[in-house]
Design a binder for this molecule. Structure first.
Ligand code: G1P
Length: 273
């Protein structure tokens, strides 16, 4: 059983400055809900109730968001405004929330390694909340099902056009079932001519705990950062990593364009005032 999910949320959000000067980018609202809450709801739907955040300086608003606000509760108790708190109350009643800090920004691999304190020796999910996923069955739920079948690390992938490929980790592999690949190559943000395929990793992972040991020995890679993609490549060489072409839609909320597209989509299709 997987019950834990890690959210690396220490990044600066430079592309959204000045909005993110004193506010975490994960708290930017897509319509009326902060980006990170969509990711947490997806994790809870998949049965991952122990939510761990790897935070950094200036991210306290995230911890406050998943905690009780007594003043607010007192202020609106019994009024017709209570309905606005429904979704976050539900999240808080289902999940438990833990936090640890990443002191230096040494890359996604380093952030995950920092999460060891919260995860221990268990398989766990990872959500990069910049990637907002909309699907009939949540992407993490789809992946947890797959994990129960294969018991190895899984990365979510989607096909991307050639001019986008250098923004992602990219996999190469052998299709073993419809939409499921056994990974034999992984490259972080390759030039299009060096990419092993057009299958890009998006921010959803299931990781087996041996990833921590591997990360400890993974030297900095692309951009001089410890890359999760490199550690996963080692895992693939040692055993098995799967790539899963998920069912659903992903919005890149790490970019202004993607964020606006997501906002319009959520407003038109999901928003329930
Ligand atoms: C990270 C990963 C990359 C992955 C991407 C998905 O990159 O390193 O492999 O494709 O997330 O969003 P980042 O976008 O944080 O630079």
């Amino acid at each position: 059983m997987i019950t834990k999910c890690l959210f690396p949320v220490a990044g600066y959000g430079t592309r959204f400055l000045p909005a993110t000067k004193s506010m975490p980018k994960e708290m930017l609202p897509v319509v009326n809900k902060p980006l990170v809450q969509y990711g947490v709801e997806e994790a809870l739907e998949a049965g991952l109730k122990d939510i761990g955040f790897v935070t950094g300086r200036g991210k306290r608003a995230i911890a406050d968001h998943f905690d009780v606000s007594y003043e607010l509760e007192h202020q609106i108790a019994g009024s017709d405004k209570e309905k606005y708190l429904e979704s976050i109350r539900e999240v808080m009643s289902k999940g438990s929330f833990s936090f640890t800090r990443q002191r230096d920004m040494r890359g996604l691999g380093d952030a995950i390694l920092n999460g060891y304190r919260l995860i221990g020796d268990e398989a766990f999910g990872v959500v990069l909340s910049d990637d907002l996923c909309v699907a009939e069955e949540g992407v993490l739920s789809q992946m947890v099902k797959l994990y129960k079948q294969f018991r190895c690390s899984i990365v979510a992938v989607q096909e991307v056009p050639e001019d986008q490929i250098s923004k992602f980790g990219v996999i190469g592999g052998e299709q073993i079932k419809d939409g499921i690949y056994q990974v034999n190559e992984m490259v972080e943000k390759p030039n299009p001519e060096d990419a092993p395929s057009n299958l890009a990793i998006i921010g959803r992972y299931i990781l087996t705990p041996d990833i921590f040991e591997i990360l400890r020995d993974t030297p900095p890679g692309k951009n001089n950062e410890v890359q999760l993609t490199d550690a996963l490549m080692t895992q693939a060489q040692n055993g098995c990593v799967l790539a899963y072409k998920f069912k659903g839609r992903r919005f890149d909320c790490g970019s202004v364009e993607g964020f606006v597209t997501a906002t319009n989509y959520v407003y038109e299709n999901l928003y329930n005032p």
